[in-house]
Design a protein around this ligand. Structure first.
Ligand code: UFG
Length: 323
């Protein structure tokens, strides 16, 4: 089976490429390398460097038949999406529609989509299940929802079957060490903790210590990127087997606070990590964790690496080289 992975040199995309290659898929990566990292490229995967907005790039990618598309190429900083919505509309929404129109034209029937728990917005109840109302609080989350809605239309009208995978907090690195590219200018907690531990940054801030949580800092559901990767392959197998689309949460159902993660990180790296307690970050919900049973039941998915210790150890195995 020949598959296209957009954003395949990025953090999550490259982990999925690694697994697809393991499973014998023929993989073509399209990445404009703006956020992608050369260290995340695999010689066994074909590479087209360029943008999904560029029709000549997509013509090249679809020159030979593609059976399925895994779509990761997108901007993902929720804060930035509120100050520069056009950037997110053009790249995330318009880019996805461009891809869908090529799929339609070339007869590609399966789409695995990198969605986000951000489609739900602030939780009205926990754990967050797939029936929770969809009220994104930031424009980034809205772009993911808009793409999911378009996928539903392209399924109904053109028979493109999709798996929309709503990630909670993706973290960690490939346990066998094949993906070693660091994220550029990260905004997420785990890479920031790691950068503070290596000295790549002088320290970090804990955003908010007065939330209604056991230690006052925010609680999140951290999911190992290799567990996310396995759900993508299972998602594709599901849509092919069942001839049905689906939207599922990918999380563990357990939450950990920022301070818990930080303290465990200090144990894993074996030294204190410089941090200060700061004000709340705008737009952060206090608590967020998934009801993850649907993905388990429908896909037969199981998390193997998503305990915080493994997440931190696999991250440190990549970052420690920088310390
Ligand atoms: N945090 C800090 N200091 C930092 C960075 C983050 O204290 O330097 C805190 C945040 O305030 C938050 C927690 O760490 O409480 C996690 O923050 P992230 O930025 O890593 O992740 P978010 O929970 O804000 O968002 C992530 C993804 C979204 C996704 C969401 C779903 O980035 O795409 O998880 O759970 F929608």
């Amino acid at each position: 089976m020949r598959v296209l992975v957009t954003g395949g040199a990025g953090y999550i995309g490259s982990h999925v490429v690694a697994l697809l290659l393991d499973k014998g898929y023929e993989v073509l990566v399209v990445d404009n390398m703006q956020k992608g990292n050369e260290k995340n490229l695999f010689p066994k995967a074909e590479l087209v460097v360029g943008d999904i907005h560029d029709t000549s790039i997509l013509e090249k990618a679809f020159a030979r038949p593609i059976d399925a598309v895994f779509h990761f190429a997108a901007w993902k900083a929720a804060g930035e999406s509120m100050t520069d919505p056009s950037k997110y509309a053009l790249n995330n929404i318009a880019g996805s529609i461009q891809l869908l129109s090529f799929m339609e034209g070339k007869g590609t029937k399966y789409f695995v989509f990198s969605s986000s728990a951000a489609v739900y917005g602030t939780p009205q109840y926990l754990p967050l299940d797939e029936n929770h109302p969809l009220h994104p609080e930031n424009y980034y989350g809205y772009t993911k929802l808009a793409i999911e809605e378009n996928l539903r239309w392209f399924d109904k009208l053109k028979g493109i079957k999709f798996a929309a995978l709503r990630y909670f907090n993706a973290a960690g690195y490939d346990p066998s060490g094949r993906v070693r590219g660091l994220e550029r200018t990260p905004a997420n907690l785990l890479p920031i903790v790691m950068e503070a531990a290596t000295g790549m940054r002088s320290g970090m801030e804990v955003f908010g210590t007065d939330y209604d949580t056991p230690d006052g800092s925010c609680v999140r559901d951290y999911i190992h990127v290799s567990d996310l990767a396995s759900a993508h392959v299972l998602g594709l197998e599901y849509v092919i087997r069942e001839k049905k689309s689906l939207a599922v949460n990918l999380g563990t159902g357990k939450g950990y606070s920022v301070l818990e993660i930080l303290k465990l990180a200090e144990k894993v790296v074996g030294k204190p990590i410089p941090y200060k307690l700061s004000d709340r970050r705008f737009g952060d919900p206090a608590k967020l964790w998934a009801e993850a049973g649907l993905a388990e039941r429908l896909l037969g998915w199981k998390c193997l690496y998503s305990d915080p210790k493994t997440i931190l150890e696999t991250s440190w195995s990549v970052y420690r080289d920088r310390s």
